[in-house]
Design a protein around this ligand. Structure first.
Ligand code: DGL
Length: 268
């Protein structure tokens, strides 16, 4: 039997990675874990966040015995991947800002990275810029609000078409748009897994069209390359979602069901 793959995020952002994982590995079962009790990760100091995630994984690996874990969160991956790999025997696939592909694709040489404040602060992210963006101007934009706005936009049925929400999103993405030396930003890296959920709003609110780069498909390919070949048949049962904050409310249940996940009883 194929052991399940664990997909981890602070909230609903990892669902954008889950949908690509499913396409890449149709014969696998997935367990989606949202650390909603710790959401948003973007606000956390590094040390307590590392400790929290390591403790959580000790429990999760013990309970679910996954064959592989995908950290579908840039804020966590840019911080805690080395410690996770050192401590646990299963393979871990991370999600980190797609700076290299963006610098290969840009024509204007102006690239922006839209992330959480945590991801922007990381040495890991700064090192990626140093290593790959020698011929480009990279602007790192750490949005304090967008992950929360993404959750609100998807979970609050009254939020759609809300002018105040539009204005808030437009203000958060505005620093990504740079004009310099007769050139304009042409690529924005979506460096938080929550953001592809609201990329349709970004497209509508952007001052000019850009490429919004979502690395989810590349992450799914990487995960597949690390998995032993599956049996070719989907195991019995269902994919499940677990919440560290306990049983989620109606809107959240409905949302994750739309992604093909059953909320496990006695949600964690
Ligand atoms: N989805 C997460 C990421 O990719 C972070 C959102 C948050 O918890 O701040 O960075």
């Amino acid at each position: 039997m194929n052991a399940p793959i664990l997909v981890f995020d602070s909230g609903i952002g990892g669902l954008t990675v889950l949908r690509e994982l499913r396409t890449a590995m149709p014969d696998r079962r997935f367990i989606y874990v949202a650390d909603d009790a710790g959401f948003p990760y973007g606000d956390w100091e590094e040390e307590p966040l590392v400790a929290r995630i390591l403790d959580l994984f000790a429990e999760l690996i013990d309970t679910y015995e996954p064959s592989l874990a995908v950290i579908a969160c840039n804020t966590a991956s840019t911080l805690v991947l080395p410690q996770l790999r050192a401590r646990f025997a299963i393979p871990f696939v991370g999600t980190v800002p797609a700076i290299k592909p963006a610098t290969e694709r840009t024509r204007s040489g102006l690239v922006s990275v839209l992330a959480t404040p945590g991801t922007v602060r990381r040495v890991y992210t700064r090192d990626l810029v140093e290593a790959f963006a020698t011929h480009c101007e990279v602007r790192l934009v750490g949005s304090p609000e967008l992950a929360r706005l993404a959750e609100r936009s998807l979970l609050d049925s009254e939020a759609s078409g809300d002018q105040e929400l539009d204005d808030a999103m437009a203000a958060e993405i505005a620093p990504c748009f740079v004009e310099a030396g007769g050139q304009r930003t042409d690529i924005v890296v979506l460096a938080c897994t929550h953001y592809p959920l609201i990329a349709n709003h970004f497209r509508r609110l952007a001052p000019w069209p850009v490429d919004w780069l979502d690395p989810a498909e590349a992450i799914a390919r990487r995960a597949r390359s690390l998995c032993k070949p599956g049996s070719g048949e989907l195991p019995e049962g269902f994919d499940s979602a677990h919440f560290t904050g306990g049983a989620p409310g109606y809107q959240m249940r409905r949302l994750v069901r739309g992604f093909g996940l059953e909320v496990a009883d006695g949600a964690r």
